[in-house]
Write a protein that binds this ligand. Sequence first.
Ligand code: HEC
Ligand code: HEC
Ligand code: HEC
Length: 425
Amino acid sequence: MRIPRIVGGAVALAVLGAAGFTAIAWRSGIEPIDPPASASFDPVQVAEGARLAAIGNCMQCHTAPDGKPFAGGYPLKTPFGTIFGTNITPDPETGIGSWSEAAFQRAMAEGVDRAGSHLYPGFPYDHFTKVTERDNRALYAFLMTREPVAADAPPNQLPWPLTFRPLLAGWKLLFLETGEFRPDPSKPEDWNRGAYLVEGLSHCGACHTPRNALGAEEKDKSFGGGESDGWHAPALNQASTAPVPWTKDSLYSYLRTGVSADHAVASGPMAPVVRNLSRVPDTDVQAIATYVADRMGAREAPADPPTPAAEAPRQPEGRAATIYRGACATCHDANGPLQFASPVGLDRATSLAQPDPRNAIQVILHGVETPDAKAAPLMPGFANALTNAQVADLAAYLRTRFTGQPVWDDLEAEVGRARTGDSSE
Ligand code: HEC
Ligand code: HEC
Ligand code: HEC
């Protein structure tokens, strides 16, 4: 009988396939250790680890809102569900206290935990794999000398079958390229330093590169603009729509102080990135700016310099213009009272020039949290003062008045999504 034989063959193949898959999906555990004494680590190495942890934003994803540092519980929202940053304090039961340095190295380089389970790529090991062994040793020394905190992260909120971790072996086979960063000998030293940090520990692409349907970064669209937590992370390559092209100096000032007078104030998910970079040596921030400026390439300057807001002549009058004059112009018009003046003219504001309206909406709803309170005044949020329709009208008005580009589509629905924090679309 033919049919059963074919079915039998298919079953045999499936069994073989599953066995092969299990072989790659299965990773051995690494023996637990007793937590090493803090005094066994070199303080110089611990201090180096602290700077590296700041560059890697480890604290951000591994600390719950109002929680103890590194004790886990931060909800990382992904299009697939919420994954919680784990406890990476040296608590032996709930943290990584029983992890040897080799287990930590493997987690960073391959995304596998001490017991051998695959980790979700929400932990950006697709970037951390580029980190050198030496830097991982310093990170390990830093983490193992933190205060141990007993705390379990809440269970991840993922649909079946994504809860089945061996499937991640398939994801890795398709998308993960492991291996330390290799410098490009034809480039200067600070370019290579910048490339090492940006592509590796700083994982800038985790937000600034678009992802495919399986959540992997699209390598051929590297830095083409991605997203994070309901915000658009603008393109950092030649597709940048900033009205004034970014330069090494303006990138440096933005990353060092959170403000570039010709572009923007770092808000939303970019604010903690800048706050963390404030703990990093100047040479490293310079190197990051050098590399990103090079990736952006030389862009043609816009044919006409942007028109200063105060000189914009005939404005469509209407509800939005009235709200703008009453609630916004004190800070945003060039002749507003100086102590409140926004450091960035809206004609240069990158959020209004982007193809995606989400950042402008987020700012109007939730205001601007300055990374460095000394550097710039705050903008209050208007979520409670304005309806969705009013925010949508304002966004459309600003877009027309300050960029002259076509108004974004579907604004009111977008405002609704920004309000509820539903970024799934
Ligand atoms: C973008 C968010 C994010 C950043 C930044 C991040 N992590 Fe994580 N990390 C996670 C998530 C989420 C998990 C849990 C993954 C899982 O459950 O599979 C995790 C897991 C880990 C684990 C495995 C722990 C365990 O108990 O299995 C280690 C170790 C770790 N991270 C270290 C670090 C270090 C060191 C840094 C900074 C260099 C860092 N992480 C930065 C999100 C992040
Ligand atoms: C957690 C996600 C995330 C990470 C990681 C991240 N960014 Fe951003 N970045 C954003 C978001 C969101 C914005 C938009 C913020 C705004 O408009 O205020 C942004 C804005 C920017 C801008 C302004 C671009 C423009 O045209 O307005 C620059 C430059 C930038 N990021 C560079 C970097 C660099 C360099 C790194 C790595 C060191 C990095 N970012 C890491 C999310 C991120
Ligand atoms: C108290 C002063 C103040 C008020 C009032 C205010 N803003 Fe702002 N706004 C700022 C500051 C400061 C910034 C950050 C600098 C910047 O990015 O322009 C900002 C940023 C923005 C941005 C983002 C620009 C970018 O960087 O891409 C938009 C859009 C914006 N404001 C719109 C509004 C609207 C609409 C209103 C009224 C409903 C308003 N603002 C009221 C101070 C203010």
